[in-house]
Design a protein around this ligand. Structure first.
Ligand SMILES: [Zn+2]
Length: 434
C-alpha cells in the first residue's frame, strides 16, 4: 500500500461539499469502485480513504486474505485514485444519477380505499399499499406505524425503545395473536440501524403490513402470530435516518457528539456491550465503524438493548433479525470470531440456507448465507452476537438486503415491493420451519 502513503503526503484533498438548494449534499460525478485490498494493508487503506474524502460503502471478504471494499470517490479525487493503480472494478459511473433513481421522498399516501375486507380485524383501513412505491420522510414513517396500529386495534400497540441522542423516541409496533398481548416468545426485528440503508425500514414495514393484512386469511400467518409476539422497530437510528434525508444521503452512524473530537457519530452496531473491542470495529471517531468510547455508550443502543433484554428475560426471544443492506447475505452468528459456534449453529446455518432458497424462488434474487465473520467480515460489538450469548435468542441473524452493488444503498424505489415480497417469502419459510 505504498502508493497510498505517497498520495497522502502529496495531496490531502479538502474540497468544499456541494449542496443542493435544500442543503443536501450532491454526489454528482462520484464514482463507485470495488477495490481489493490485502488484510495487512487495511489500516493504510482506511487512512487513504479519508485523505481522498472517499466514502466507504461496504466491505466483504472477497478472498481468504483480502477484502473487497466498495468506495465512492468524489470527482476531485478521481485522478489521485486512478494514479494508485489498484485492482478496481467500476460499479457506478455517477452516484448522483443513481440517487436520482431513488425518486423524491413522498408523503404518507393515506388509507386504503375501495378494497373491501382488506382490514382484517375490524379496525380502520390499512394504509394505502402505494406506501411501498416510494421512500418517505421520517415523520411519515411514524404516521404509517400509527395507521397500521389503528387497522389492527385489538392485536397491536405502539411501542418505544428509548430515546436517540437528539431526543427522538425510537418507535415501533408490537403485534400479537389469540394468546393475548405479551403471552408468547418474541420475534424481534430492528431496521435501519445504519441510517443510509433505506430499503431496510421499507422491507420491515412490508412484513409488518402483510402480517396484519393476512392474519385472518392465511393460516400460516395466523399460526405465527398466535404463537409469537412480534416486536418491530423499523428505524432504530432515527437521528441518522433524518440526517440522510436532510443533509448527507450516505450517512451511516448515529449523530452523537463527543468531547475531544469534532467527528460526529458512533456505529450503533459496533457498540453492543459484548465482545466489544475486538477486530472489526474502530477506535477512531472519524471511522464509519467507530465503536464508541465504552461498551453500550450510545443512547440508541441503550434503548434497543434494554428493550431486548426485557424480552429475553420475559418469554424469551425465538428470533432476532437485524435488517441491513446491501449485499444479499443471510448472516448467522458469530461476528466476533470466525471459529466460535453458537450452541445450535448447524440448525441456524441450515435454516439460513433454506430461507435463502425461499427468497430466491420469488424473483431469483440470490442471497449468500453463512456465519458473519467467515462470510462477510469480523464485527466486534455487533447485535447478533449480543442476542445469541447475552439475551439467549434461539436464532439471531443479520440480513443484508438488495442489491450486490449496482445501486447499493440507493436502491431505486421500484425495487421496494420486490424486496418486500421476497423477504416476506423468506420469513414465512423461516417461521414455518424454525
Ligand atoms: Zn448495515
Amino acid at each position: 500500500m505504498r502508493f497510498f502513503r505517497a498520495v497522502l503526503l502529496i495531496a490531502p484533498l479538502v474540497v468544499g461539499v456541494q449542496v443542493d438548494r435544500r442543503g443536501r449534499e450532491i454526489y454528482d460525478g462520484y464514482k463507485v469502485f470495488r477495490v481489493v485490498t490485502d488484510d495487512g494493508e487495511l489500516a493504510d487503506f482506511e487512512a487513504q480513504l479519508e485523505s481522498m474524502s472517499a466514502i466507504e460503502l461496504s466491505r466483504n471478504r472477497g478472498h481468504i486474505d483480502a477484502h473487497h471494499f466498495d468506495i465512492a470517490v468524489p470527482p476531485e479525487s478521481l485522478d489521485a485514485f486512478e494514479a494508485l493503480n489498484l485492482e478496481a472494478e467500476t460499479l457506478t459511473e455517477d452516484l448522483g444519477a443513481d440517487i436520482a433513481l431513488e425518486g423524491e421522498l413522498q408523503p404518507f399516501p393515506g388509507l386504503e380505499t375501495g378494497v373491501s375486507g382488506i382490514s382484517a380485524q375490524a379496525g380502520a383501513a390499512l394504509p394505502s399499499f402505494s406506501w411501498f412505491s416510494a421512500y418517505h420522510p421520517y415523520a411519515d414513517h411514524l404516521t404509517f406505524l400509527r395507521s397500521l396500529q389503528a387497522a389492527f386495534p385489538s392485536n397491536s400497540e405502539l411501542i418505544t425503545a428509548g430515546t436517540s441522542f437528539e431526543g427522538r423516541t425510537i418507535q415501533g409496533i408490537h403485534l400479537w395473536g389469540s394468546g393475548g398481548k405479551g403471552s408468547k416468545p418474541a420475534i424481534y426485528y430492528h431496521g435501519n440501524v445504519h441510517a443510509r440503508e433505506w430499503i431496510t425500514s421499507m422491507t420491515v414495514e412490508y412484513i409488518t403490513y402483510q402480517l396484519i393484512n393476512n392474519y385472518s386469511n392465511d393460516t400460516a400467518v395466523k399460526a405465527v402470530l398466535d404463537n409469537y409476539d412480534f416486536y418491530i422497530l423499523p428505524i432504530v437510528n432515527p437521528d441518522g435516518f433524518v440526517y440522510t434525508q436532510t443533509t448527507t444521503r450516505l450517512w451511516r452512524k448515529n449523530r452523537q457528539t463527543r468531547s475531544g473530537t469534532s467527528s460526529v457519530g458512533t456505529d450503533i452496531n459496533r457498540n453492543w456491550p459484548y465482545q466489544w473491542s475486538g477486530a472489526g470495529s474502530s477506535t477512531s471517531p472519524g471511522s464509519e465503524t467507530y465503536r464508541g468510547a465504552a461498551p453500550g455508550d450510545t443512547p440508541e443502543n441503550t434503548g434497543i438493548r434494554t428493550f431486548g433484554d426485557q424480552l429475553g428475560a420475559g418469554k424469551g426471544i425465538k428470533l432476532y433479525i437485524d435488517w441491513h443492506s446491501y449485499g444479499q447475505y443471510i448472516l448467522t452468528p458469530y461476528g466476533y470470531s470466525c471459529s466460535a459456534k453458537a450452541p445450535n449453529q448447524s440448525k441456524q446455518d441450515t435454516l439460513a440456507r433454506n430461507t435463502g432458497t425461499a427468497i430466491a424462488a420469488v424473483h431469483g434474487t440470490r442471497f449468500t448465507t453463512g456465519q458473519t465473520c467467515s462470510t462477510l467480515y469480523a464485527t466486534a460489538g455487533g447485535s447478533n452476537d449480543y442476542f445469541t450469548d447475552v439475551t439467549k435468542a434461539e436464532i439471531a441473524w443479520a440480513i443484508e438486503l438488495r442489491d450486490t452493488g449496482t445501486y447499493g444503498f440507493t436502491l431505486p424505489a421500484n425495487q421496494i415491493i420486490a424486496s418486500g415480497e421476497e423477504s416476506w417469502a423468506g420469513q414465512k419459510y423461516l417461521w414455518a420451519n424454525f
